[in-house]
Design a binder for this molecule. Structure first.
Ligand code: PMP
Length: 455
């Protein structure tokens, strides 16, 4: 038997692999595309079909697939040290990466706690904030403020601070309750505002009201700065994050910025918080940290938070948390190579043209009848498809228009993964202008092909 034969791979996949966020009944009835190779912006399946990777291997890829410099760094590290532990030991790559992260992070974030994925980076952030107040003589500060429509990962703590019923409601009995603030979802503003530019940010006023009531019992606030990702690529109004920072300061609440999706250049700056000129108390990083190569995460924090954990062993101030693969040197070597590429290829500078071009193409989509809103922040875009652009009435969920558009795009050589009826644009940052044109041509044609059949 040839185990790389497409038929065999599909059969084994359907028989044994339980896919994430997937209704497996439907999957089992489908012919899965099996990816076997990556080349720059492209992924290639077992039959040799090429697809432009429009979602950067689920929002992680930065410099393209199989980037020579990162491949070489990983190969060299494999031949040197594959893994050690940060329990009782340090390793050179984890140390050097921590130093690099501190150099590029918003000023004041000077400590790095490693883990393996975005959910654990958030989980650690939440536990750190909770324990911080225990050591500060304010043990009543145990709660968290989170936003409706937020997504912070799938472990229990991360789900607790999430706000997407579709994913989270079934687990409610298992979760710790949070204080939920309104989402800054301007297109579907819960206060009925329709004008994004002059909205007055009533969601912030409501957040302040909640803080006034609850500050004495709140340890931290968790936010996806600039863009709520899985919630639908919801772009916050300018100044929103800065004002959340001010409110956290005023009410003595730790601000946790979840930059798992938006970190590492995605918004046009290295970190989203930088664009609002703020430093959070705690920042969670993953995804782009290794340019999409290997599982790695970092929770960064300030001297102030760190100092609260310093004491004699018997004082019980230790942060008792850690994962087996914490600070894995292969992953850290990949991350270091990625940061070198940011510098050597002047990646952030190169984004200006691409972001401008993307903006033009998105603007043009406003002419398409079933496009309700286009949202963009740097190299992230969300295209919200609606039944009626005038009334903003959504397409009925069960019509699955988003999925159909993405399947149509696949026939045109583009891989996309929607969020409901929101088409997500999130390619590797290294995408060329020609490839970006191909991607946007394909998206526009696919949206037209699927939605223009409808009334
Ligand atoms: N936070 C945000 C903002 C995310 O977008 C994600 C993943 N999409 C996570 C946390 C969780 O990361 P992971 O899937 O690596 O656990």
């Amino acid at each position: 038997m040839n185990t790389s034969d497409t038929k065999t791979l599909r059969e084994y996949d359907r028989a044994h692999v339980w896919h994430p966020f997937t209704q497996m009944k439907e999957w089992e009835e489908s012919d899965p595309v099996v990816i076997v190779r990556g080349e720059g912006t492209w992924i290639v399946d077992s039959e040799g079909n090429r697809y432009l990777d429009g979602v950067a291997a689920i929002w992680t890829n930065v410099h393209g697939h199989c980037k020579r410099e990162i491949n070489e760094a990983i190969k060299a590290q494999v031949d040197t040290l594959e893994h050690s532990t940060l329990l009782g030991l340090a390793n050179d790559k984890a140390v050097l990466l921590a130093r690099r992260l501190v150099e590029i992070a918003p000023p004041g974030l000077c400590k790095v706690f490693y883990s393996d994925n975005g959910s654990t980076a958030v989980e650690i952030s939440v536990k750190m904030a909770f324990q911080y107040w225990q050591h500060q003589g304010k043990p009543e500060k145990t709660k968290f403020i989170s936003f409706k429509n937020a997504y912070h990962g799938d472990t229990i703590g991360a789900v607790s601070v999430g706000g997407i019923d579709l994913y989270h409601a079934v687990f409610r009995p298992l979760l710790f309750p949070t204080i939920q603030a309104p989402a800054p979802y301007c297109y579907r503003c819960e206060f009925g505002e329709r004008d994004r530019a002059n909205c007055g940010m009533r969601c912030l006023k409501e957040l302040e009201r909640l803080m006034e009531i609850h500050a004495h019992e709140v340890a931290g606030l968790v936010i996806e700065p600039l863009v709520q990702g899985a919630g639908g690529m919801i772009v916050q109004p300018d100044g929103f994050v800065r004002r959340v920072r001010e409110l956290c300061d005023r009410y003595d609440i730790l601000m946790i910025a979840d930059e798992v999706a938006v970190g590492f250049g995605r918004t046009g700056a290295m970190f989203a918080c930088e664009r609002e000129g703020i430093t959070p108390d705690i920042m969670a990083l993953s995804k782009g940290i290794t340019a999409g190569y290997l599982p790695l995460a970092a929770t960064m924090t300030t001297q102030k938070i760190y100092d609260a954990f310093i004491g004699e062993y018997r004082e019980m101030k230790t942060f008792f948390h850690g994962h087996t693969f914490t600070g894995n040197p292969i992953a850290c070597a990949a991350a270091l190579a990625s940061l070198d590429l940011f510098e050597n290829e002047r990646l952030l500078d190169s984004l200006t043209n691409k972001i401008g071009y993307l903006a033009e193409r998105l603007q043009a989509l406003n002419e398409v009848r079933h496009v309700g809103e286009v949202r963009q922040c740097g190299m992230i875009a969300g295209i919200e498809l609606v039944k009626d652009a005038e009334t903003r009435e959504p397409f009925p969920w069960e019509e699955r228009v988003g999925i159909q558009v993405c399947l149509e795009a696949r026939n045109r050589g583009i891989f996309l993964r929607p969020l409901g009826n929101i088409i997500v644009v999130f390619p590797p940052l290294s995408i060329s202008l020609d490839e970006l044109a191909f991607l946007m041509d394909g998206i526009e044609a696919s949206i037209r092909a699927i939605t223009e059949l409808r009334t």
